[in-house]
Design a protein around this ligand. Structure first.
Ligand code: ADP
Length: 460
């Protein structure tokens, strides 16, 4: 096992990695910007190094500063968390040159699967279904138009280097294609320094279902079931659950096999996620692979009993996986992402957590770097906490989450807690009838239902 792990991240995931290290008896090094001095990952780490000013380009994204911190502290491994440099193949290569282990897949695999258009081709070659669309990045708008006509509208343009929903455009009709191609490409250029765009058929009411995969250095590749992440806003996940209410054991086995087949085809090592879209007719299509731990990994941990971050460390240190593939999920888990945001306007709401009372009790888990009087800085992702519940069935998990949200008291900033409370009351959500467009018109549907209920009451 490693002696000392440097955690190249911040926030709740830095703390999550630290917890796994501590339980394995591994020393930890926290890195932080000047804005994160008071964060819990810094407080609990064995050592900490300030790596720069608040701007992440000058701190959490600055490879030379991270390497210097690892060398100064004598860390023998780096865990990148998610976001920041977690899918940066160059960072993994530089670490290898410095003889520091990377807790993740090889740089070659990160590069291959990180290019979404190349990943599509890899999936196709492995016999995993992909949506009709481009083989490579599109050279220009004319080529995009020709292909879109072939595939049929609507289509979706996506950045090859994409992530976080950026560089994506849905095109409903021919007239819009040229302009959308330009804006998608410009947005991708700005966000990722790479303007390549590809295209695929757009499904109008799919579900987002992803599979957790894991490989070790001895050639074993397994899957740990799925997560349903259809509750999204602007293509960003808000709430995730496992198992998916839409999967039968047979479909789970089929999709799980496809996920393992693809991970095996690239000799995948460590934790990864294969994202699929599931269409209304039960067909599923590969969307992308994330070569890192995901924000929503806890729901898988709750229903499988597997500590995924612990396994990331063990596998990176050479251990052989002892977890069987396709474990039957036990009960049901839901995660709500609690962001420091206005729950309706979705504008950032940084500031002081004047009250921060966490829920507890049976089946409740809170992953957070926050505490009372902690100041949520304005410079980073707005996730302040993940609230996860586990119960015997989906209805029990929903009731448990409602109770936990009610007992989660945050004052001083706005959070998405009230939005989650509404989602959990929604009859379609309760019935498990969710697609990736669930949040579209959500407020209007709610208002209509309230008006109808009021009218019925008056009549009655
Ligand atoms: P990113 O890497 O930016 O997160 P993804 O490719 O994972 O982008 O897609 C994010 C979300 O966008 C999906 O969960 C889904 O809601 C929507 N989406 C992506 N591709 C399609 C498609 N072909 N048809 C319908 N929706 C899609």
């Amino acid at each position: 096992m490693f002696k000392k792990v440097l955690i190249a991240n911040r926030g709740e995931i830095a703390l999550r990695v630290l917890q796994a290290c501590r339980e394995l008896g591994v020393q930890t090094v926290a890195v932080h910007s000047t804005a994160d001095r008071d964060s819990l990952h810094v407080v609990y780490a064995d050592e900490d190094v300030c790596i720069g000013p608040p701007a992440s380009t000058d701190s959490y994204l600055d490879i030379s500063r991270l390497i210097a911190a690892a060398e100064i502290t004598g860390a023998d491994a780096v865990h990148p968390g998610y976001g920041f440099l977690a899918e940066n193949a160059h960072f993994a290569e530089v670490l290898a040159e410095c003889n520091i282990a990377w807790i993740g897949p090889s740089p070659e695999v990160i590069r291959r699967m990180g290019d979404k258009s190349r990943a599509r081709e890899t999936a196709r070659a492995a016999g995993v279904p992909v949506l009709p669309g481009s083989k490579d990045a599109l050279p220009n708008a004319a080529a995009a138009l020709e292909l879109a006509r072939e595939v049929g509208f609507p289509v979706i343009l996506k950045a090859s280097a994409g992530g976080g929903g950026r560089g994506m455009r849905i095109v409903k009709q021919e007239e819009d294609l040229e302009k959308m191609f330009r804006t998608a490409s410009e947005e991708a250029s700005k966000a990722f320094g790479d303007g390549s765009v590809y295209l695929e058929k757009y499904l109008t009411a799919p579900r987002h279902i992803e599979f957790q995969v894991f490989g070790d250095q001895h050639g074993n590749v397994i899957h740990l079931g799925e997560r349903e992440c259809s509750v999204q806003r602007r293509h960003q996940k808000l709430l995730e659950e496992s198992p998916s209410p839409a999967l039968t054991p047979q479909l789970r086995a089929e999709m799980g096999d496809a996920a393992v087949r693809l991970a095996k085809a690239v000799d995948y090592v460590n934790a990864g996620t294969i994202e699929f879209l599931l269409d209304e007719d039960g067909s599923f299509y590969f969307m992308e692979m994330n070569t890192r731990i995901q924000v929503e990994h806890p729901v898988t941990e709750m229903v499988t009993g597997v500590d995924l971050v612990r396994w990331q460390l063990l596998v990176a240190a050479g251990a052989e996986l002892t977890v069987p593939s396709g474990l039957e999920p036990r009960g049901h888990a839901i995660e709500c992402r609690i962001n420091a945001e206005h729950p309706e306007k979705f504008t950032p709401s940084p500031g002081c957590l004047e009250t921060f009372h966490l829920p507890g009790g049976p089946g409740v888990r809170v992953d957070t770097h926050g505490y009372e009087d902690y100041i949520v800085p304005p410079y980073y992702d707005s996730l302040v906490s993940k609230l996860i519940v586990h119960a015997g069935s989906r209805p029990e998990a929903i009731a448990r989450m409602q109770r936990a949200l009610e007992f989660f008291v945050v004052e001083g900033i706005h959070t998405t807690i009230p939005l989650h409370q509404k989602i959990l009351q929604d009859p379609e959500f309760v019935a498990g009838q969710i697609t990736t467009r669930f949040m579209e018109g959500f407020a209007e549907r709610r208002a209509q239902r309230a008006a109808a209920a009021e009218a019925a009451e008056k009549e009655g």
